[in-house]
Design a protein around this ligand. Structure first.
Ligand SMILES: [Zn+2]
Length: 278
């Protein structure tokens, strides 16, 4: 299997989900085969954030690439689209600190990048093949990856709220069905927490269209795209976070109530064990 990039430049713009700032992202082919590299063009030093260098951390309700020179926030929905399209090489230039909301899911990124054309490169694709069980946990939340021949995910949702149903969703052919089953699933929050999030400076680019605001009766001022849209979005976030190193993982993923904190903790462990020591 060969590495892939896009054929021609494409851009995305709009308000960012958390900061609410207008941002423009320009994606360019990276023909050098040097991986996926984010670049902040609005900062004087134009800092770069190559995924291969594991500059990630988890922020409040988002995943962040960071260095002393700056950061790139809310990369997970975009990374999920790159993972699904098997894009290994890309330059991602943005003129702000956070990616545009792009509808609160991955579908706009996925369709835009697809329209830019996917191009094979001469280099062979690299993978991270899990060789023994890896597990991270905090309290009752856990994330495990078991060795397996294919990538699969199961996510167990448990919320102490009647607004979000407890359920487990298992998916085998995740990448093949991603566009239809996962990519359109939007981010969500409980109606009860929405005000506190705004006060904390989060969700400033959130609208009832790009964010499911949930109470006991369902989403406010919109309707579900899937009956279980929240658990599908949790899988979207998870596969996006699992692509933080720009290398697809092969293994069976089992998540119980995991979020960005645990996902990032797992990726740190994988980086140290499977990438650094190579
Ligand atoms: Zn998300």
């Amino acid at each position: 299997m060969k590495k892939k990039t896009i054929e021609k430049e494409i851009s995305f713009e709009g308000k960012a989900l958390q900061t609410g700032r207008e941002t423009r992202v320009v994606c360019k082919p990276n023909d050098a085969g040097s991986g996926i590299i984010f670049k902040r063009t609005d900062l004087e030093t134009r800092p770069v954030f190559p995924l291969s260098e594991a500059m990630f951390s988890s922020g409040q309700r988002r995943t962040v690439l960071s260095s002393s020179a700056g950061e790139v926030q809310t990369v997970e929905h975009f990374l999920a689209a790159l993972w699904a399209l098997e894009i290994d090489s890309l330059i991602v230039e943005l003129d702000g600190a956070e990616l545009p909301a792009a509808g609160g899911s991955s579908i706009e990124f996925l369709e835009g990048l697809t329209n830019a054309g996917i191009k094979e490169q001469p280099e062979e694709r690299e993978f991270i093949k899990i060789s023994e069980k890896e597990e991270v946990s905090v309290g009752e939340n856990s994330l495990s990856i078991f060795p397996d021949a294919e990538f699969s995910v199961s996510y167990q949702m448990e919320y102490a709220s009647g607004a979000i149903k407890d359920e487990t969703l298992k998916m085998c052919r995740v990448r093949e069905t991603f566009k239809k089953e996962i990519a359109p699933a939007r981010t969500f929050c409980l109606k009860a927490e929405a005000e506190a999030l705004l006060k904390a400076g989060l969700g400033r680019g959130a609208t009832y269209e790009n964010t499911l605001v949930l109470d006991e009766t369902g989403p406010v001022e919109t309707s579900f795209r899937f009956e279980n849209e929240p658990v599908r979005h949790k899988i979207l976030d998870l596969v996006g976070d699992l692509y933080l190193l720009g290398l697809p993982i092969i293994g069976r993923v089992e998540a119980k109530r995991s979020g960005h904190d645990l996902n990032v903790k797992m990726m740190r462990r994988i980086y140290e064990k499977y990438v650094c020591k190579k």
